[in-house]
Write a protein of this length. Structure first.
Length: 358
């Protein structure tokens, strides 16, 4: 794709780096960020790395009014030897372009975006934490910046990449969580934005999540928006159920995000000869499997946690305990195998990791 010229302006005031135990998620940001602009007729232009700071936008920018935005989330990991590995960055950038297409945002050059992302991580490489379970979370996003209130695709955009060191998700070990099965609110429907990674999908889930938290549950299990019967996602994660000997997960049919961790888990399971079924799965089927003892475990998959085991399902006032509230065999094995690959502690037969400096 050629050589990409990226302007770099280094910060004159480097920030102090937080200690590993204080990281949390999305609380601290590195010294620099990547910016690139789009103008109709000119295309994407002026790629640059600048000191991290506020963005200046016109109050009429379309992102504020019509939610024309897309984003991604991926991580960089520091190995025991001090190398830095990116996990499946090309998959995330390809998905960003799929979101762009759905939202009428011009596509980005994925090779340029990957080059820029790597340059940014190289510049702020000292921010990649080394404590067990920590990583550098990478957030690329695109916002519509044209100052016009007409309801139409923007003619101007800004592509931004920011970095935040994040703590260990399971600092005290993996713990199964309580899940509220949501009977009223819906997150997305087929033909809508469910398969795009855009802010509106997350805003749509906030009210139900707030109510679930108030009731003592960690997340919401979403049902489809038409029948209120078929399972879609758990919180902002894809969901799996071990029913008998098979791992069952909802099929991607337009209302569910095509998770990179979901795909990684499926490929691992199939490499272990575990049957994987991608299909419609109803809450009735899950309740019946629970009653017959066929529901062995349930878990979510996503970038932040890798896997999150489900210990209880709460449906219409009744509680169903899953797997004795213990982390199941498949969940634990997926977590161990994926994290070993991500941190370079195990062979990567799938070619998922990309070394920063090779």
């Amino acid at each position: 794709m050629g050589v990409y010229e990226i302007e770099i302006e280094r910060t004159a005031s480097p920030k102090g780096k937080p200690r590993g135990e204080a990281l949390g998620f999305g609380r601290f940001y590195t010294d620099h960020m990547f910016l690139m602009d789009y103008d109709a007729g000119e295309g994407w232009h002026h790629p640059r790395i600048v000191p991290y700071g506020p963005l200046s936008l016109d109050p009429a920018a379309k992102a504020f009014h019509y939610a024309q935005t897309a984003f991604e989330g991926l991580k960089a990991y520091r190995t025991d030897e001090g190398r830095i590995l990116l996990f499946r960055p090309r998959s995330n950038l390809a998905r960003l372009n799929r979101s762009n297409e759905r939202l009428s945002i011009p596509p980005i050059d994925e090779e340029l975006a990957l080059h820029a992302l790597k340059e940014l991580v190289r510049l702020d490489r000292d921010w990649v934490p080394s404590e067990p379970g920590t990583s550098l979370y990478i957030r690329p996003f695109i916002i519509a910046t044209e100052p016009a209130l007409g309801v139409s695709p923007s003619r101007q955009y800004r592509f931004v990449v920011i970095l935040t060191p994040v703590g260990a998700y399971y600092a005290e070990g993996i713990r199964p969580v309580s899940i509220h099965v949501e009977p009223e609110y819906v997150r997305a429907v087929r033909g809508g934005l469910g398969a795009a990674k855009t802010g509106g999908n997350y805003a749509a889930g906030l009210r139900a999540q707030e109510a679930a938290t108030e009731a003592g549950h960690a997340q919401v299990l979403w049902l489809d928006g038409v029948h209120r019967r078929y399972i879609e996602e758990v919180g902002s994660m894809n969901v799996f159920f071990r029913i008998g000997d098979a791992a069952v997960t909802p099929a991607l049919e337009g209302s569910i995000l095509d998770g990179v961790t979901r795909d990684s888990a499926i490929r691992l399971l199939r490499s272990w000869d575990v049957p994987v079924e991608e299909r419609a799965v109803s809450i009735d089927e899950i309740l019946e499997a629970h009653e017959t003892g066929e529901l062995k475990e349930a878990f979510g998959t996503g970038t932040a946690a890798v896997v999150s085991p489900i210990g209880e399902l709460h449906w219409r006032g009744e509680r169903r305990v899953v797997g004795g509230r213990e982390t199941g065999e498949l969940c634990r094995r997926i977590y161990g195998s994926l994290t070993a690959i991500q941190y370079g502690r195990a062979p990567d037969p799938f070619g998922w990791t990309e070394p920063l400096d090779e």
